[in-house]
Design a protein around this ligand. Structure first.
Ligand SMILES: [Zn+2]
Length: 77
């Protein structure tokens, strides 16, 4: 199972940033805080841009387990 850190995500329980990982289990997406152990099921609709709708178009590339998603606002630098 691959887990990916969500850059800029804040844990709703411990308020730590960049501690949230996202992973998929049994076709359901979950997010988990590596800091405090918080776990939550993520609605699929909220991940529309993450889920390939046409799997066949995606080459079977090996994914890095700790791929960091960078959607941090570059203007905040
Ligand atoms: Zn937490």
């Amino acid at each position: 199972m691959k887990k990916r850190f969500i850059a800029g995500a804040v844990c709703p329980r411990c308020s730590e940033m960049d501690k949230i990982v996202m992973y998929e289990k049994d076709g359901i997406n979950y997010r988990e805080c590596v800091e405090c152990g918080y776990e939550d099921e993520m609605p699929v609709a909220g991940l529309a841009n993450e889920i390939p709708t046409r799997v066949n178009e995606k080459p079977a590339k090996p994914q890095v387990a700790e791929q960091v998603l960078n959607f941090v606002d570059p203007s905040k630098k």
